[in-house]
Design a protein around this ligand. Sequence first.
Ligand code: AHR
Length: 508
Amino acid sequence: THPVVPAIVNLDVPGPVISRHLYGHFAEHLGRCVYGGFYVGEDSDLPNAGGIRLDVVAALRALDIPNLRWPGGCFADEYHWMDGIGPKEQRPSMVNTHWGNVEENNHFGTHEFMELCELLGAEPYISGNVGSGTVREMSDWVEYLTRDGDSPMVRLRRANGRERPWRVRFWGLGNEAWGCGGHMRAEQYAAEARRYGTYCRDHGGNTLYRIAAGANGADYAWTETLMKQLGDLGCAYRPAPFMQALSFHYYTIPGTWQDKGAATVFDTGDHYRTMVQAARVDELITGHSNVMDCYDPGRNVGLVLDEWGTWWNVEPGTNPGFLHQQNTMRDALVASVHFDVFHRHAGRLVMANIAQTVNVLQAMILTDPDTGALVLTPTYHVFEMNKGHQDAASLRVDLPAGTPERAVGDARLATVSMSASRKDGRALFSLSNLDADEPAEVELDLRGGALTEVSARILTAGRLQDHNTPDAPEAVAPRPYEVAATRAGLRVHLPARSFVTVTGRLAG
Ligand code: AHR
């Protein structure tokens, strides 16, 4: 007999809306994410538009990706945008000192990135250079991108072939200022963010949403300093006009920084340790939210997790600076657990960005450097199966008897994870069974309505280590699934190591 998990969902009590931007992405000039991933150049034999690979675009369009963060990461704080505009053969090159010490020829720059966003139907999220740039440089970049009418930067943009301004909302004020972004103290960074944020102007109808570079993991003191220094304390907290949100970064790493573990070679103990680390994102979002609530109970300042995902040792034989890793059923479960947590925190968490979209860290897409073959990863399928949660009203999932648990060292891991939402007359449920060996049965007690036209899909694998390759591109891929209707709602059988989505039309 399998453990039965009772779950109650009130279909008629919608909670905060799950911003589509929680399904955001991140593309850095790192390894083969941009060059050899998104961008293959106009001379490539692969079908491309201005050098942007069209099958990558087509695959990502199926995810409805809402925004794309660029150009870093650590790279952002050594990127000088003016080197990446104008005729390609005249663009100066530089050394990408963070990632592999390779030469960067700047062929993928501002215009190429904005073109990529247009092809994807995604909003740009530009991460500006605070670490080694200047206030003027960042201010000019905003003017170049967003100003209409006539001005020095507008004339430069027009000379480079773009008449109309672009619309850019999301603007990052540096990246990891406590580390690769300048090794600053929180107070020091806050002072820089005030200055940089001030001169990132709203031009014409374009309104920036400025995101301050936030904490590393559980550094709540960093968040507290930014909240104090970037807002006006008083009877009612007023966020400063130059800061609309702050971020933090959290990666799932069950090993150490020196030896993070292999992406495909691991045992059950490694799997459970990974799941404990993934589920920890709940504690971190709660911690940062609590600090923010003390200052900003009205929730005017957004919390952004603009880097998350698994970080494994690089694949054997690949450049250690390129962060290229495989992606298994275990990674898929890391993603599904994160999304359940994100949905629960929809009231404060306004954006999240998986690191990174193509060929780097927990990627959606892996491309073969020799043949160009493109593979969709198990993580890709979680993003696709969950996309119906974007901009839906969250529905609380109550678990009156808890879920099955496993002891993992000193921690306890809840092995069943769930979330739900409703939108456009439909409900969507996401259910994960993190257990490596044991199935579970979820009894969904649906109150305040009923579901018709129910359908389900499952992502599972014979082994947690299973992954997709050019020879076996569908080793881990979603399949149609059956769930049983009960008097109270639905009964969902969750095989070991599985992710299931169930959707239906709301009736009654
Ligand atoms: O995503 C890889 C790197 O991780 C980013 O460049 C940096 O911000 C973080 O440390």
